[in-house]
Design a protein around this ligand. Sequence first.
Ligand SMILES: [Fe+2]
Length: 220
Amino acid sequence: MSLTEQESTILNQNDNQIIIEANPLIFDNVLAEHEVNSILYLVEKWQSRFLTTETGDDNSRSLDKQKRDSLVLFDFEPIYSFFRLQLLKYAEPVKQRFNYEMDWNKGYECQLTAHNDGHFYTAHTDYAANTGTRVSLRNLTFVYYFYQEPKSFEGGELFLWNHYAKDCSPLERANEGVYIEPLRNRVIFFESKYWHEVLKINCPSQEFMNSRFTLNGWLH
Ligand SMILES: [Fe+2]
C-alpha cells in the first residue's frame, strides 16, 4: 500500500501526525499560508542564485548528473533561521520517536532545493561515519515540501527504505520501503542513515516557479 492511501486513513484518525513502518515522522500544515507564500515570493526573487546540485561531502564534492540533478540555494536568510525555529515545534514527537533532543545549540544544516522537469536524486544516505565532515555528524534528516498552486508537476516522491543495512544494496530492498508524497506544506523527519531516493519529476512547463521546492537539511 502506498503511503498516500495509508495517509488518508490515518489522517482522519490521528490529527495530522503519521507514523509508518519505515519510521519517519510526517506533519502537514507546517506553516501558515501567508508564510508559504512569502517564501515563494523570495524564491522567485532569488532564482538567478540557484546552483546545480553536487554530491559528496565537505572534502570531496562533484557534479554527477547520473546521480543527482536539481538546483540548490545555500544562502537564503532569513528563511534559514526562520525554518530552524519552526522545526522546534516538533521537538516533543521527534524526541519520542527518535530519542533525539532538539537543541538550539546543536548543529543545523539547511538548503533550499528546486526540482524541475527531469530532476531526481538516486538512492543514497545522508550520513556516513568517520568522514571527518559534517556528514558524519548528521542524526536526523528533515524535508519540507512547498510549491506554487495550482501544482504543475508530477512525481518527485521520496522513497524511503524500511531498513538500514549498509552491506545490502538498495535494489535488494526495493520492496521494503514507502513512497512519501511531496505534499505542499508537509515536513518529514527520518534518521539520516536510512537509504532514500527522490523519484523523477515531470514538470511540462519547465518554468522555475512550477518546481517542487524543499527546505531540507540535517540535525546533528
Ligand atoms: Fe538525502
